[in-house]
Design a binder for this molecule. Structure first.
Ligand SMILES: [Zn+2]
Ligand SMILES: [Zn+2]
Length: 342
């Protein structure tokens, strides 16, 4: 599928990534595994060429990136190896051991790097697919009232489209995202939010399921994978709503649908990054109905039918009980059925 960021073939159908999972980051018998201490600078000569299988152990890739940072004068040579940045692998899923990275599999989030150095990393380190300038904030919309202006990290070089694979009892879902626009999430062995959705859907057996703060679509698509006949996903942030729509298409094979019509254009949506009145971004054709909106969750009742709905309100301010209580209260004023905070 054509990548909406770089125009290349970055986006695959779900099964292609899922099939690759077992061996994606495993070494071949010839791979070397120089485990390096992340709290000190790497010793000289800690990296070599990738193995003939095309992979390199992540610590060696980090030592290579460190050498570039040192030769560009960004690092003095006293910084610990971990200062290189946060590694996000593509595709990301729960792993039992550190990865051996194939080509184009690493999105690096770095505080230290600027454009020129990022370009060099992309050119010289084959495992790197993108370098993103990291900041001390969460990208996207972070308050349910939409009052705070959203921010993004800066993509310095490469294409920062990557996927996470989340497992559920109904099977895995593949969630693509543009990493500079979406908060960081690591798929772990267990995911309490997914557990909460599975529990609520299995006890309530809903006809309608709404994921009102859907992000890139994790909980809504799990509901759809569980077979809920009508699923609505919504997010006020354009990059979340767009990727929730795109991920419906990526995971199409798991739903009782014939087609996904994507009505939103990523570049055009960027011009109105946050909107209140729900705007339809995608809808499906077939037995099962999945719709994706960009809008304020408080306006979503205007597009819902007057029937009981199971709603997950995965709001960002979970640690602020007043905010979650208020969101639930506002939702229940307009929509019948069950609402829960996953
Ligand atoms: Zn791309
Ligand atoms: Zn190898």
């Amino acid at each position: 599928m054509k990548c909406p960021v770089c125009g290349e073939d970055c986006v695959k159908e779900a099964h292609e990534l899922i099939e690759r999972m077992p061996s994606e980051f495993l070494p071949c018998p010839d791979c070397s595994s120089p485990v390096l201490d992340k709290n000190i600078p790497p010793p000289p000569g800690s990296y070599g060429e990738p193995c003939r299988c095309g992979k390199r152990f992540i610590d060696e890739v980090y030592a290579h990136l460190y050498a570039i940072l040192e030769s560009e004068g960004v690092f003095s040579g006293d910084e610990p190896l971990r200062e290189v940045g946060t590694p996000l692998v593509h595709p990301g899923f729960h792993m039992k051991s550190p990865p051996y990275l194939p080509e184009n599999s690493l999105v690096l989030l770095s505080r230290a790097v600027e454009k020129k150095v990022a370009d060099r990393m992309i050119q010289e380190v084959p495992e790197v697919r993108a370098v993103v300038k990291f900041g001390n904030f969460t990208p996207g919309v972070i308050d349910p009232d939409l009052a705070m202006p959203p921010q993004s990290y800066e993509l310095l070089a490469g294409c920062d489209i990557r996927a996470n694979i989340f497992s559920s009892s109904a099977g895995p879902v593949v969630l693509y995202q543009q990493q500079s626009k979406i908060h960081i999430e690591f798929p772990r062995w267990s995911n309490p939010k997914i557990d909460a959705v599975e529990y609520q859907v299995s006890i309530g057996n809903p006809v309608w399921f709404v994921d009102a703060f859907c992000g890139v679509g994790k909980l809504g698509l799990i509901g759809a994978r569980m077979g809920v006949p009508h699923v609505v996903m919504n997010d006020a942030w354009y990059a979340a709503a767009f990727w929730a729509a795109y991920n419906t298409l990526v995971n199409k094979e798991f739903f009782r649908i014939e087609d996904v019509k994507i009505l939103g254009d990523y570049r055009k949506m960027e011009e109105t990054p946050v909107i209140r009145k729900p705007l339809l971004i995608a809808e499906t054709e077939g037995e099962q109905e999945i719709r994706v909106y960009q809008g304020d969750f408080r306006e979503l009742h205007t597009i819902l039918p007057a029937v009981p709905v199971l709603a997950a309100l995965d709001i960002f301010e979970k640690r602020m009980p007043e905010a979650t209580d208020r969101a639930l209260r506002e939702w229940r004023e307009h929509v019948a059925g069950e609402a829960f905070i996953p």
